[in-house]
Design a protein around this ligand. Sequence first.
Ligand code: PMP
Length: 426
Amino acid sequence: MHHTRSLELFEQALKNIPGGVNSPVRAFRAVGGNPFFAKSAKGAYLHDVDDNAYVDYVCTWGPSILGHASEPVLVALREAIENGTSFGVPGALEVEMAKRVCSAVPSVEKVRMCNSGTEATMSSIRLARGYTKRDRIIKFDGCYHGHVDALLVKAGSGALTFGYPDSAGIPRAVAADTICLPFNDLEAFQKVMSELGDSIAAVILEPIPANAGLILPDPAFLQLLRSETQRHGIVLIFDEVMTGFRLAKGGAQEILGIHPDLSAFGKVIGGGLPVGAFGGRADIMNCLAPLGPVYQAGTLSGNPLAMAAGIAQLDVLFGEDGFARLEKIGVQLETVYREALEKSGRPWTFSRIGSMFCLYFTQQPIRNLDDVKTADLEAFRNYFHVLLENNVYVPPSQFETCFLSLSHGERELQTTSEALAKAFAG
Ligand code: PMP
């Protein structure tokens, strides 16, 4: 396998783009080597500019849940594009999207579209602060909510990968209002609630954290968050940018049986186009301009192409029992991994829920960020590169989660099984 053209492009990119990439994890710094450049993507495969094909377990970091360039999305986009790429006035597709979101997620009575997951969490925080007239917020170690100033404190994803979970450039005063607690730690949360509960605007979390690998929540922990936030008049925000419309029609909150006050969405809901959304209780959402004093806006919000692509994906998922099919593929994939790992004689922990999974090179059960940090990063690097050389692409960091799509099937699992055997040989 050669990467001549990718290397040429990377060298050019380095001259004009910081680090040669438009989002840091793409640079492969955590695993070493150089990134490959995409030529195209179709179904379960990414094709690079040197004509290598990879079974893709990144799925553009979550959005392409039907597979890349799926027919329903392409048809919807072709139709929408003929009508114009942006209107700047309301359009029917925005109404269609809002109807789907509100009927799929019972905790969401009203929803507003924006352009990224970052915007969705940023606006949710502002809204919670405006609604409660309080400043402080609580987040959890290793959860990533986009590159929002107040949320880049002990953050996961790229921030964790590159060793600066607390970004430079964030005013101390902004970070001072963010309290960061260990995930799944009932005692730590209870203590802060009894000391500061009535001064907290919002508790924000990934209900199933997927930016430090994949951490499964203790149901008692989530129940405690729900009851304590209710008791203290705090807005509970579920960041479902990854899990929303991926794990179930109603997202992680449906599986976990907990209704947050607000939810943030992104990724799947945009069908691979830039999108985000946030929504929840009507009394809180009604504080947004033009009804209320909390300002939030966007030139391209509710963009007709993004709406068309997102609606096309949701309709397939909702209409064809997509989530049950994804679970089935997830079970098969897990079997492939477990068989390979059991033969390998290495320490490992495999985490999966539905179409999301992560392999950690540690025996430590994964409950929080400290557990994640016991993983052997050198072993991960080796695993990543052997898989890549054998046409399988997993995220280039131990701290990211892998995604499956409806296009992953027998053939891709076979390729994966062969690549894993090589990665764990010797
Ligand atoms: N929240 C979560 C849980 C995410 O995983 C991400 C991105 N991976 C974001 C928010 C930010 O989304 P975006 O990259 O679209 O700004």
